[in-house]
Write a protein that binds this ligand. Structure first.
Ligand code: FPP
Length: 245
């Protein structure tokens, strides 16, 4: 941030961006359409924005695609979202051309076998792609993820693989679903709400936030650029003192 910069220039690209794709339902309702049409449009935006992140130099992008709380939605909406995941994973060849690695986070234990199989295939097919990692959080909740990590660590203590003194922040970080990724630098949330909603609560401890009223299906490359510019202009201190610019 010490570099001289022209106004509006993005000098500091976040390595890891988390995106909460909110507003699909409202986008559809405003048009008199069932909510699932909003998710379908949202899936198109997901594709555009993923490529744009890659083009702008982001190394990891994590999307909140389906939360542990989203099961309480009407059955047909849940089904429509799950169908969208399957359909998109069938089209994974697009990502082969884009050199983007796809990975999933969240609790897989309750997902449909057909979806699980496609998730595994997608991860395998894309495992050597190096331009960017795209993480999809499906049946994901930050508290659930931390709870699973704690159980895992406790099991290792119980069987003597670890001692209580081995437990530190790094071990917890390494026990999360995102163990391979750096901390989240920027969280973007569309749709007008200004909260984290149990998304990456450990990983986003020092993240910057960018909120916009734009509904996810309308979220454009321009909006992404605005978010990255806002991030680039901020002065992150990580609990230290303010640097003189
Ligand atoms: C939040 O909008 C959106 C979701 C819970 C689902 C997000 C899923 C997709 C965009 C499909 C993604 C597909 C792939 C392949 C990643 P909302 O329904 O809460 O909107 P509202 O606040 O207007 O009701």
């Amino acid at each position: 941030m010490a570099d001289k910069k022209k106004s509006g220039e993005i000098l500091n690209v976040p390595a890891h961006v988390g995106i909460i794709m909110d507003g699909n339902g409202r986008w559809a309702s405003k048009r008199g359409l069932p909510r699932k049409f909003g998710h379908r449009e949202g899936a198109k935006t997901f594709r555009t924005i993923t490529k744009a992140c890659r083009d702008m130099g982001v190394k990891y992008v994590t999307y909140y695609a389906f939360s542990t709380e989203n099961w309480s939605r009407p059955e047909d909406e849940v089904e429509a979202i799950m169908d969208l995941f399957e359909k998109y994973l069938d089209e994974v060849k697009d990502f082969i051309e884009e050199n983007i690695r796809i990975r999933f986070i969240g609790d897989r234990s309750v997902l449909k076998p057909t979806l699980l199989e496609k998730m595994d295939d997608t991860e395998k097919t894309s495992e050597n792609f190096t331009a960017m990692d795209c993480l999809l959080a499906i049946n994901y909740g930050g508290r659930d993820e931390i709870t699973r990590a704690v159980k895992n660590i406790a099991g290792k203590v119980k069987n003597g693989e670890l001692s209580v003194d081995d437990i530190n922040e790094q071990l917890v970080t390494d026990s999360l679903d995102t163990s391979f990724a750096p901390p989240v630098d920027l969280i973007i949330r569309s749709g007008g709400e200004e909260r984290l909603s149990n998304f990456l609560i450990w990983q986003a401890a020092y993240a910057e936030y960018y909120f916009t009223d734009v509904l996810w299906p309308d979220f454009s490359k321009k909006e992404l650029e605005n978010a990255l510019k806002a991030y680039s202009d901020r002065n992150r201190r990580f609990g230290g003192v303010k640097s003189s610019k």
